[in-house]
Design a protein around this ligand. Structure first.
Ligand code: FVH
Length: 289
């Protein structure tokens, strides 16, 4: 019996398998296009001819494929071979897809963890690679040592969907933050070179970064202190900004949405609260009193 099997040897799967091999783990590999295993076999990996053979070879089975459909296809191909193994699925997907795979594993007598890689292949095996796992804590404890070889490792919850939830929430954070920066650059760019503005923008974004833990506490406690300004004070600033962007022929849809969110609690008599209270407007179902 080997230590670990890796199914899927694209850019990421190959990096995972290489890292296991570099740490001396006996590693079996399988890929739909068999030639992609050649380099790993030269480094000491054992090549399996079928998915079922690969799965049978080790107690820990790491899957890293293009998407959830591909995962479903290869799991069908492995028949009952997964029984008694722990399936760790590092394929990007949604929380619901992770739960579906967990159910499949349960029905086939296997343990399951869903995983997320927040790194590129070149960072695998270094502390710069962040990996989230969710699912049964026993499965995580049993394979923690091997999984920690891949990077900085966090078990974020027992619900199989939690790692994918963190992944998508963090990607959304990146999109929203970068878009906010692009809006600012578009405004400043109308007047010339944007480069001198960049350090000030970095400092402004850092204010958000520094406040992140405190904001999470405020939301946990549903207590929204004024902070740097109350909602009533934010409203005219947002109105100025909408006018300036309109005059500069820039998109104002998102900002007008923010202004409408700010105006709702003001109208309801909560104008003295801070900006973080808008979470209750963003997620009214969760925060229904
Ligand atoms: N590469 C990255 O930087 C990112 C970082 C963050 C997370 N991802 C996720 O990792 C998954 C795999 O990504 P990848 O970069 O390794 O992707 P590819 O190099 O394109 O390799 C894809 C592998 O999937 C195999 N495959 C696809 N469909 C099937 C199928 N129906 N049956 C069996 N295998 C399939 C493919 O096989 P082949 O084309 O070589 O035969 C590759 O092994 C992904 O979820 C990222 O979001 C990576």
């Amino acid at each position: 019996m080997n230590d670990v099997t890796v199914l899927g040897l694209g850019a990421m799967g190959s990096a995972l398998a290489r890292t296991f091999l570099e740490h001396g783990l006996a590693t079996t590999v399988w890929n739909r296009t068999a030639a992609k295993a050649d380099d790993l076999v030269a480094r000491g990996a054992r090549r399996a001819g079928t998915v079922a053979d690969a799965v049978a070879a080790a107690p820990l089975v790491v899957v890293c494929l293009t998407d959830h459909d591909a995962t479903e296809q290869i799991l069908e191909a492995c028949g009952d071979a997964m029984a008694g193994r722990t399936l760790v699925d590092l394929t990007t997907g949604t929380p619901e897809q992770a739960r579906e795979t967990a159910q499949w594993a349960g029905k086939h007598g296997a343990g399951h963890l869903d995983g997320v890689v927040q790194a590129g292949p070149g960072q695998i095996g270094t502390p710069d690679a962040t990996l989230f796992y969710s699912g049964a804590p026993q499965a995580f404890a049993a394979h923690r040592a091997a999984l920690e070889l891949l990077g900085t490792t966090h078990h974020v919850g027992d619900d199989a969907g939690q790692a994918a939830l963190y992944d998508l929430a963090l990607l959304g954070l990146w999109y929203d933050t970068t878009l906010a920066y692009l809006h600012a650059l578009a405004l400043v760019g109308g007047a010339g070179d944007v480069e001198p503005f960049a350090p000030f923008a970095a400092r402004q974004i850092d204010h958000v970064v520094q406040a992140a833990p405190e904001v999470a506490r405020e939301i946990r406690d549903r207590a929204y202190p004024r902070g740097p300004a109350s909602l009533t004070e934010h409203a005219p600033v947002l109105e100025h900004l909408v006018r300036l962007r309109t005059a500069s022929n820039l998109d104002t849809a998102q900002l007008e949405h923010v202004l409408s969110l700010v105006n709702r609690p003001i109208a309801a008599g909560h104008g003295a609260e801070g900006f973080t209270s808008l979470i209750e407007e963003l997620a009214p179902i969760i925060f229904a009193a």
